[in-house]
Design a binder for this molecule. Structure first.
Ligand SMILES: *Cc1c(COP(=O)(O)O)cnc(C)c1O
Length: 354
């Protein structure tokens, strides 16, 4: 830190993303990207003609995109916020709804960005332990008297709770925002979006990064009551009203026109996931039930870090966490069927070598 930086950031430790190797000699199963390319309509939409218009600012209201998202999710445009990745949705939500007095609650095992944002905004973090089997117990969140954020399905576990369970949390603290991060919802879980019309304290965030093959385009969105979305819009327009660039906007509109293509890809990924889980079970791994595009799995005789190292040496990247409850596990993104064959072969070779 230079002597010029505000000392209140002295203890801030930024989020550490999964590695993005420059050379593509790895089978990349470490950051939950889609193995499938964007739809042909997206390639056509990001055209030379669109590039030629880059001299002009994009639409600061993102009107077309919000209307299309609203139609897709059965809400009004006033219920939709768009952002530069769902990380930006989270950023805006922490800025808007969390303060130093009440703090913010989240599971002790969840998306690593929540503690970073809490630290960034000086909001005390109230970590709520998951159950022994890594499931989230709704009753642990009743009446905490502060905003709550969790990923559903959760990361890196892959487990999900039903909307009826989320509803109990919403009812038990109607005066605080409950932010449900649905980054992985398209891979088989049930969305809480239908609850938005009933609960003005519910904010659902989603992303094009995982299920819609657009991690590199950076598009996230939130669905909530007009009141919550209005608050987030106020923050968005006070930080970066042009947060969605022209090329991403064009790509996102074409993505929504190709919804069947993406939802079919999600079904393929779910199928590959379930086949991979079976293969791991045959090998004696213990794998958590997953409704996402990744598996959280423990090898019987190696730590997560050991297996990660051995897989890496064989050209396969996964993720691991060196914390007491997670150290036995790796998180492996579901790639194409061929990539998962390569992964399983690398697992077998890693174990034979010992
Ligand atoms: C990947 C991920 C995000 C961030 O997604 P972006 O839209 O790429 O910023 C948010 N929440 C969870 C739980 C994620 O896994």
């Amino acid at each position: 830190m230079s002597r010029f930086m505000n000392p209140r950031f002295a203890a801030l430790r930024p989020y550490v993303p999964g590695e993005q190797p420059r050379e593509m000699r790895y089978v990349k199963l470490n950051t939950n990207e889609s193995p499938y390319p964007p739809a042909p309509a997206v390639l056509a939409a990001v055209s030379a003609a669109e590039v030629r218009r880059l001299n002009l600012y994009p639409d600061p209201d993102c009107r077309l995109l919000r209307e299309k998202l609203a139609a897709r999710y059965g809400v009004g445009p006033e219920n939709v916020l768009v952002a530069n990745g769902s990380d930006e949705v989270l950023n805006f939500a922490f800025m808007a709804f969390c303060d130093a007095e009440s703090g913010v609650a989240c599971p002790d095992i969840s998306y690593g960005f929540y503690p970073v944002l809490a630290a960034l905004y000086g909001v005390p973090l109230r970590e709520v332990p998951l159950a022994e089997d890594f499931s989230l117990r709704p009753e642990d969140y009743f009446g905490l008297g502060c905003p709550v954020v969790f990923a559903n399905p959760n990361a890196p576990t892959g487990r999900a709770i039903r909307p009826a369970q989320v509803e109990r949390i919403l009812q038990n603290d109607p005066d605080h925002v409950v932010l449900v991060d649905e980054a992985y919802v398209d891979f088989g879980a049930e969305s809480c979006v239908p609850l938005v019309s009933k609960y003005d304290n519910l904010l659902v965030s989603m992303t094009f990064s995982k299920s819609r093959s657009m991690a590199g385009g950076r598009l996230g969105f939130a669905i909530g009551s007009a009141g919550l979305i209005g608050d987030l819009e106020k923050i968005r327009c006070s930080t970066n009203p042009y947060n969605i660039n022209r090329l991403t906007m064009a790509a996102a509109l074409a993505t929504l026109d190709s919804d069947d293509y993406y939802m079919e890809n999600c079904r393929r990924i779910a199928q590959t996931r379930d086949r991979t889980a079976e293969q791991l079970a045959k090998r004696g791994f213990s794998t958590l039930p997953s409704l996402t595009n990744f598996l959280f799995t423990a090898c019987p005789e190696m730590s997560g870090e050991q297996l990660y190292q051995k897989l890496r040496a064989r050209g396969v990247l996964v993720r691991y966490w060196n914390t007491p409850r997670l150290k036995d596990y790796i998180r492996v993104t579901i790639g194409s069927p061929e990539e998962m064959e390569t992964f399983l072969a690398a697992v077998d070779a890693s174990r034979e070598e010992r």
